[in-house]
Design a protein around this ligand. Structure first.
Ligand code: SF4
Length: 346
């Protein structure tokens, strides 16, 4: 299903926004701080691979998706697509080939669709704007192909319908068809099923996994829902306050998480596998703080039930705790194979 051809590589990717202070600061051109929305992300995605980025609201995962699709310009690090450095590519003509290869599926299909456009026009729009077809026959063929792949069958029955005439699941399929029409290499899907009923969710996830298998699409799947990530992804990257705190295979992250934040996310969801024994953490305190006020030391320490002195002083390094399993936590770097046991022994 997957091959080792790398599609996307993010190296120390950053998106920092300056905060302007009062009138004097503005007159003197001084900044009074910054928001570190995305702060040093290292991540690769291969052809045919699904990587899920999981985190709460405010973790920076949506900003990360928008940087990858070049809707937001990075302020640091590098973004390589099929080996080409796209970090500073900007403007319509420089980005036209990139937009052809990298597409985004948004969370709210109703918002993403123009209510005055028919389904045909919605799916045809990227083909027209990127000038990927030469005549109307080719256009109809490409639109039908994309709609069939997204599960809108038979496609011609939906051509003349408007978004308000569709169900929630059908609207999301139209959005997926619009992304597929240009035959991309990578799709960034930002919470594509979170607004759908559970039964429809399963169908949309099925469409995405079939597309990966058939077209060897790479998928960056953004979600707050760990069980959904486990269902669809090959690897899961857990994001907290602009950083990836743990990354590994979907099974390893879900069944054997090592970072206290991942353990807390897992504890907050129903059991994925009732047969797997859990050692549960006390509940997390509060919410993700603002990215304008990143604490010193481990950025998770104000909410971490296992925090100890070192966590408040020094930021932990990323350490490999198993094959393809990386954790950013002092408990992991100090050699503990079990975060809870180690914490209790201190
Ligand atoms: Fe918790 Fe410390 Fe690990 Fe951060 S480094 S997650 S505060 S135990």
């Amino acid at each position: 299903m997957r091959d080792s051809t790398e599609v996307l590589r993010l190296q120390g990717l950053q998106v920092h926004y300056p905060i302007q202070g009062g009138v004097f600061d503005r007159l003197l051109g001084r900044q009074s701080g910054g928001v570190r929305a995305v702060d040093g992300i290292n991540l690769t995605i291969s052809r045919g691979e699904i990587v899920a980025v999981v985190g709460e609201s405010g973790s920076g995962k949506t900003t990360l998706g928008r940087v990858v699709t070049k809707l937001v310009q990075p302020t640091g690090g590098r973004l390589l697509f099929e080996g080409r450095d796209m970090t500073s590519a900007q403007g319509l003509s420089a980005l036209r080939p990139y937009r052809h290869r990298v597409q985004m599926i948004f969370q709210d299909a109703y918002q993403a669709l123009n209510p005055r456009h028919t389904v045909f026009d919605v799916v045809a729009e990227p083909l027209r704007s990127l000038r990927l077809v030469e005549n109307s026959n080719q256009l109809t063929e490409r639109v039908s192909e994309a709609m069939a792949a997204a599960g809108l069958n038979p496609p011609a029955e939906f051509f003349a319908r408007f978004p308000h005439e569709l169900s929630g699941g059908q609207r999301q399929r139209v959005v997926i068809a619009g992304a597929l029409a240009v035959k991309p290499e990578l799709i960034v899907a930002d919470e594509p099923v979170s607004m759908l009923d559970v039964s429809i969710r399963a169908q949309i996830l099925q469409v995405l996994t079939e597309l990966r298998a058939r077209q060897k699409l790479a998928l960056l799947f953004i979600t707050h829902d760990l069980p959904v990530a486990w269902l669809i992804a090959d690897r899961i990257a857990v994001m907290y306050l602009g950083r990836l705190v743990e990354i590994g295979t979907a099974d390893e992250i879900t069944l054997n998480p090592r970072h206290p934040y991942t353990i807390a996310l897992r504890d907050a969801t129903p059991k994925v596998r009732p047969d797997v024994h859990r050692r549960e953490l006390p509940a997390l305190k509060g919410e993700v703080p603002s990215a304008a006020h990143i604490p010193k030391g481990c950025r998770f320490h104000p909410r971490c039930p296992l925090a100890f002195d070192r966590c408040r002083q020094e930021e932990p390094p990323a350490v490999e705790v198993g094959p393809k399993h990386i954790v950013t936590c002092w408990l992991a770097s100090e050699g503990s194979s079990d975060s809870l046991e180690f914490a209790n022994s201190r």
